[in-house]
Design a protein around this ligand. Structure first.
Ligand code: MN
Length: 168
């Protein structure tokens, strides 16, 4: 057999392709071998009280997960006593709210107050001014799923007045 330069080059390319593929498969297996499911146990994160600066009434925040290298989205359970609500605010990357229990109220700036109930999902687009809270006679808990831009996920504004809250 003639070991022509062309044949040599072709053999080299085929071998190189095979070896590169083999190394990639091996490297992926190494990554997969390191990856594993992780359970963060209930109670591992401390409940905090919603600050009087950003909330009216009694509000409890139970952090569920933080933004990290895998995702810039965080999640938290927010529980409002009857009549309690957030201040007006915006989110730079938007926010999803899933009502878990009770009866809640939400409002977008310039629009009517709306009642929300368990299973309702609210999408607040980036930069849209809004508030959320409990109805006057019912507590409300929602899961808040909030994206971040440059580490920031909310811009707080003025409190929701009683007149705004009662305007229904
Ligand atoms: Mn919000």
């Amino acid at each position: 057999m003639n070991a022509s330069p062309l044949r040599f080059a072709l053999t080299f390319v085929v071998l190189q392709t095979f070896l590169t593929g083999a190394v990639e498969v091996w490297a992926n297996d190494m990554v997969l071998a390191d990856a594993q499911q992780k359970i963060t146990r209930a109670g591992a994160r401390v409940s905090v009280t919603g600050s009087t600066e950003n909330f009216t009434g009694q509000v409890r925040v139970d952090p569920v997960w933080s933004a990290d290298g895998n995702s810039n989205v965080s999640g938290g359970l927010v529980s409002f006593e009857p009549g309690a609500r957030s201040a007006w605010h915006t989110h730079p990357a938007g926010q999803r709210l899933l009502v878990i229990s009770g009866v809640g109220l939400i409002q977008e700036w310039g629009k009517p107050v709306q009642e929300v109930r368990p299973g309702d999902l609210i999408w607040c687009p980036p930069g849209v001014k809004h508030w959320h809270g409990a109805a006057p006679n019912s507590a409300m808990t929602h899961l808040a799923v909030t994206g971040a831009v440059a580490g920031k996920n909310v811009s707080w504004m003025e409190k929701v007045t009683d007149e705004q809250y009662d305007a229904r």
